[in-house]
Design a binder for this molecule. Structure first.
Ligand code: SAM
Ligand code: SF4
Length: 339
């Protein structure tokens, strides 16, 4: 029998066992902090094929990754994504297959997605107001998103978590209504501090930044929160239980509380760039490795060597803003990174 491969450990000694795999950079929404309207998409020939996405995931799992999150762009817009999910779920050694989605397609495919083996969902939702949704996302489809959430609730995902970017003056008055919404449905909810990425024209505005502590204080005006803890999976979210309910409230605070020392993940974007850190531009091009040809076993060998090389260069912590100017220094936006 083959010896177990050495686990993926970076230069800081952090074990990486979680891959966020972007299956498309396209999206049907234009969230201000993510894309804005002037976004340019990658030509289709440069996007990894379904087969290549599977090869990438298999390479990571062979190196000890146990959790894969399918993301984007909007992952449910990728043709064939359900078949891909089924194939990823069947990779021996993979323990968790999860997805982040904006829910616009869920009313149509929640059941198939669950049947394909996706266990948990994170669903982005910044507002419950249709007009505000239109302003924040450029789309009139809030009702469709809410139907999607209901559909997901009906088909038995293990947990569903809402992701809300908290923005001063844009949705701060909806923080409590969104917690109420989550509580009424037994959902978790996580509030995220906006991260500055260079190409999102509606984002990067210091005046909309809301620190997690302020969001938490606001929630505690109405609800008792207890049992603060880091996620057992080593994620960046700090979580509290809403007393007397099944709902957990989490906070991802890239600015106000650095989670980098416990970082356990890397990202591969839709073009096959392996991004060791969300807050740096450094990347290793897995697509050229995959497309250089050869037997599957040779390709896997090269791929896994590429993954190890990338891991060696994983930075100790993110740096969204240049120290001298304070300007965003990560130019790609989240939809191009794979959120
Ligand atoms: N389209 C899917 C969705 O929206 O859930 C998946 C991809 S999206 C890029 C993943 C997550 O990134 C979303 O929860 C979104 O709110 C978050 N995100 C995007 N840009 C961000 C930014 N500048 N700061 C913080 N979070 C951001
Ligand atoms: Fe699309 Fe998600 Fe980015 Fe919004 S956050 S524009 S839904 S990829």
């Amino acid at each position: 029998m083959d010896a177990e491969p050495q686990p993926l450990v970076d230069a800081q000694g952090r074990r990486v066992d979680y891959l966020r795999l972007s299956v498309t950079d396209r999206c049907d929404l234009r969230c201000l902090y993510c894309m804005g309207t002037a976004v340019r998409f990658v030509p289709r020939s440069e996007v990894l094929s379904l087969e290549e996405l599977h090869q990438v995931a298999a390479g990571f799992v062979a190196l000890g990754v146990r959790k894969v999150r399918i993301t984007g762009g909007e992952p449910l817009l990728r043709r064939g994504v359900l078949g891909l999910a089924r194939r990823l779920g069947a990779i021996e050694g993979l323990e968790e297959l999860v997805m982040t989605t904006n829910a616009t397609q869920l009313a149509r495919c929640a059941r198939e997605l669950r049947a394909a083996g996706v266990q948990r969902l994170n669903i982005s939702l910044d507002t419950l107001d249709a007009e505000r949704f239109r302003r924040l996302t450029g789309s009139p489809r809030l009702a469709r998103v809410l139907e999607g959430i209901d559909a997901a609730l009906r088909v038995g995902f293990t947990r569903i978590r809402l992701n809300t970017v908290a923005m001063r003056g844009r949705n701060e008055d909806e923080i409590l209504p969104l917690v109420d919404f989550a509580l009424a449905r037994g959902l978790d909810i996580c509030f995220i501090e906006e991260m500055p990425f260079g190409r999102a024209p509606g984002g990067n505005q210091g005046e909309v930044f809301m620190p997690s502590e302020e969001v938490r204080a606001l929630i505690e005006q109405r609800y008792a929160l207890e049992g603060a803890r880091l996620r057992p999976s080593g994620g960046p979210s700090r979580e509290w239980q809403v007393v007397g309910s099944a709902t957990r409230v989490g906070f991802i605070s890239p600015h106000s509380s650095c989670f980098c020392p416990s970082c356990n993940r890397v990202r591969v974007n839709a073009e096959g760039l392996l991004l060791p850190c969300l807050g740096h531009e450094g990347a290793v091009d897995l697509r050229s490795i995959l497309r250089a040809g050869g037997e599957e076993v040779t390709v896997q060998g090269r791929l896994q060597a590429g993954i190890r090389t990338a891991l060696a260069s994983k930075p100790a912590h993110h740096e969204f803003a240049a120290p001298e100017s304070g300007q965003p220094q990560v130019i790609r936006n989240m939809s191009a990174t794979g959120g």
